[in-house]
Write a protein that binds this ligand. Structure first.
Ligand SMILES: Cc1cc2nc3c(=O)[nH]c(=O)nc-3n(C[C@H](O)[C@H](O)[C@H](O)COP(=O)(O)OP(=O)(O)OC[C@H]3O[C@@H](n4cnc5c(N)ncnc54)[C@H](O)[C@@H]3O)c2cc1C
Length: 676
């Protein structure tokens, strides 16, 4: 390895540096080797003059951190290269902090051609989307044209993640020179845990090096909860978790400061004020890939840099960060199977991706004196727009105990008792053969890294795709989560109410409110659909098989705009996660990435007979049908159980599957013909 490269490497203790000269992939591989070699060499020499060679343990921790910095850096380089290629050469310091202004302010970074060819026109059916609550106009512009959506995938409009990476690159020099002041701050968002939390570990390391306290911060943003359709049980889960987190941090003499910021536009300014107040120059956070967050973080990186401060935003939530896997043609994979093979191979080549991060160290003794008021900071009540009544609170709390200790307990129990049977049992909603950890992955009380690492360590091999079938199948399911986040980062229009394939916007959907209400309430007369919707309405969760069945039913049997279902899910799921939800809806409604082909239409009756053969799941969630015997449970009105069903108020089917199936096929065909 050249000394030049080793020098570069030794400077990578700080995240986000300038891009390397070599190609992204090559550089990643060779630099990792260089890094390993460098550390080994220092170990061999017994060198004492570099902090991270002081002892073996510290080396290991630092190696982990450095490798992660590498991951961020190399991914950053990839996006930055793309951004620099596609974006105008000179970028002004962000003057558009408001995520609300998503489309209008973004015009500044667009190419002339995209403006000239009219991509800023709205989609012809934008009014429909607005009237039906799909686009929340209080926060967002009308539905964009298909042409504009495509411009995000072709790169004619820079992706928000590219803008963020560009901001990190452009400010790298300034940020590198900033000295640590009185404290270092970690901003908790969707990472409500203190173990295996990358940005928190980096923040702790920074604070330790300078001998100053680490402060944890969480900002409550009722407007964000509204704009992002957070369900009340999900917000409640987060608030309960904050108590757990606060206690865990307090044991390390680290305060958790929680404040409500009523107007989300004011978050960046408020952060700057808080940093000033605490005398902190360094802020750390894990990256979120939704558009609003990426744009806010981009602004904050620049804004803090202009104010002599540092905002480090690092990859953490995916096991493999978005941007690291590209197909042979250099693009994001649009099909899961080859992507998954690449994902597995990449992890096998970079086993440090499954190295867990240590929790933060204890704060210096005087931290409690120095920041006494922060330690007294209470966790507020649920915001008014996401409140729950007492009965609901009790119900959700009994189904979904919160916090990272509970998450780890649940994960261990699943791995101990159920994972081996996962491949066989995962599709049977009544069998409880799944892990039920999505709520923890969504709130960040568990990292995907810990989940996969724990499962892998149960296997007799270190390979993610070999050995116990239950374990490999489960890992491949967790990988779907990474897949959809990668899609979100590369195709950001999915986060702006457009389908992955924009031409699917042209389908003439129905907005029949009676049908939609019947679906929401679990009163369609299709027992498997209704049972699933009742499960969702009661506990904020639905089995994956049932999510596919009800989503397909809404889009293809009722022909209702799938985005209304997507929204309903987000507003009711305790595990609501934008990328997974959008991906699941895109798959089921055949409008997403690697979707079910549109002509494959689930038959709800066959699904019911196959996956709930004894009707246990249906009887559990539909009390009206609990006395229906045998196979009539799947279709009471045409199998001789109409009397019981009617007496108990269970409705007859609101549509005839065979008829609506043909209607759906025509609607999809006609919609897709519009742009041919
Ligand atoms: C229409 C639809 C909407 C969905 N909405 C969400 C959502 O808002 N939030 C969410 O976390 N998942 C969503 N999913 C994916 C999946 O249904 C849930 O992750 C799963 O049911 C959670 O239960 P579990 O934790 O027991 O999963 P397990 O079967 O034990 O799987 C383990 C983990 O793997 C991940 N996973 C499994 N399947 C998928 C998948 N198809 N896509 C993405 N990740 C997956 C999840 O993180 C899950 O917790 C949706 C799927 C569909 C079809």
């Amino acid at each position: 390895m050249s000394s030049q490269r080793q020098f570069t490497i030794s400077r990578t203790l700080e995240p986000s540096l300038e891009p390397p000269k070599t190609s992204w992939t090559h550089w990643t591989r060779s630099s990792r080797q260089a890094l390993k070699a460098g550390i080994e060499k220092k170990r061999d020499n017994g060198s004492q003059n570099v902090g991270y060679t002081m002892n073996a343990l510290r080396e290991r921790v630092l190696f982990k951190h450095i490798s992660c910095v590498f991951r961020q850096f190399t991914t950053a380089s990839f996006y930055a290269t793309m951004a620099l290629r596609k974006a105008p050469a000179k970028r002004k310091a962000a003057s558009s902090p408001q995520p609300d202004a998503i489309d209008s302010k973004k015009a500044k970074t667009e190419t002339k051609s995209s403006k000239a060819n009219g991509s800023r026109q709205h989609h012809p059916m934008a009014d429909e989307a607005e009237r039906n609550g799909i686009v929340i106009r209080k926060y967002y512009p009308p539905e964009m044209s298909n042409q504009r959506a495509r411009a995000y995938t072709t790169g004619d409009i820079p992706r928000p993640i590219e803008d963020l990476q560009a901001a990190l690159e452009e400010t790298a020099n300034e940020r590198r020179g900033v000295k640590v002041k009185n404290a270092v701050v970690h901003w908790f968002k969707m990472d409500l845990r203190h173990t295996d939390n990358r940005a928190l570990a980096l923040a702790s390391e920074k604070a330790k090096e300078a001998g100053v306290p680490l402060i944890g911060m969480y900002l409550v943003s009722p407007q964000d909860y509204e704009a992002h359709l957070r369900s009340p049980p999900r917000v409640d889960f987060m608030f309960r978790t904050l108590e757990v987190l606060k206690a865990d941090l307090a044991r390390l003499d680290i305060p958790l400061y929680v404040e409500t910021v009523e107007q989300r536009k004011k978050i960046p300014d408020r952060i700057l004020e808080l940093l000033e107040e605490w005398g902190a120059n360094h802020l750390y956070a894990n990256m979120e890939y939704e558009v609003d967050e990426l744009r806010r973080e981009t602004h904050l990186v620049r804004d803090l840099s202009e104010n002599g401060k540092v905002f480090e935003v690092v990859h953490d939530t995916c096991i493999v960060p978005p941007g690291e896997l590209t197909s042979g043609s250099g693009k994001q994979y649009a099909v899961y199977s080859p992507w998954f093979r690449a994902w597995v191979a990449h992890i096998h080549e970079n086993l440090d991706l499954l190295e867990l991060f240590d929790p933060p160290g204890k704060n210096p003794d005087d931290a409690r004196k120095q920041f006494v008021t922060l330690f007294d900071c209470p966790i507020p009540d649920l915001p008014k727009n996401k409140s729950l009544d007492d009965e609901e609170k009790k119900r959700y709390r009994s189904f979904w105990p919160c916090g990272e200790h509970e998450a780890l307990k649940r994960l261990d129990k699943f791995c101990e008792e159920k994972i081996s049977g996962y491949a066989a049992g995962r599709n049977i909603p009544s069998s409880n053969g799944v892990s039920n950890i999505s709520v923890h992955l969504a709130a960040g009380t568990l990292s995907a890294r810990t989940a996969v690492r724990t499962a892998r360590d149960r296997n007799k091999t270190k390979k993610l795709n070999a050995g116990n079938e239950g374990i490999t199948t489960w890992i491949s399911e967790v990988a779907w989560r990474d897949f959809y986040k990668h899609v979100l980062a590369t195709a950001p229009h999915v986060c702006m109410n457009k389908p992955y394939k924009p031409e699917y916007s042209n389908i003439q959907w129905s907005y029949d409110q009676d049908h939609f209400k019947a679906w929401c309430d679990g009163k369609t007369g299709f027992p498997i659909v209704d049972a699933a919707m009742r499960q969702l309405n009661h506990i904020g969760y639905m089995h994956n098989r049932c999510r596919m069945i009800v989503a397909s039913f809404l889009a293809k049997d009722l022909l209702i705009d799938w985005r209304m279902g997507e929204r309903y899910f987000m507003e009711h799921l305790i595990d609501g996660d934008f990328a997974s939800n959008n991906g699941g809806w895109g798959f089921s409604a055949s409008v997403g990435v690697d979707p079910q082909p549109y002509f494959r239409i689930f038959n709800p009756l066959l699904q019911s007979e196959k996956f709930d053969p004894e009707g246990e799941y249906i009887r559990k969630w539909l009390p009206e049908l609990k006395d229906v015997k045998g196979k009539a449970i799947h279709e009471p009105y045409s199998r001789g159980a109409g009397g019981i069903a009617k007496k108990n108020g269970y409705p007859e089917p609101i549509v005839e599957h065979k008829k609506v199936r043909d209607k759906a096929l025509s609607a999809y065909k006609e919609g897709l013909a519009v742009e041919k």
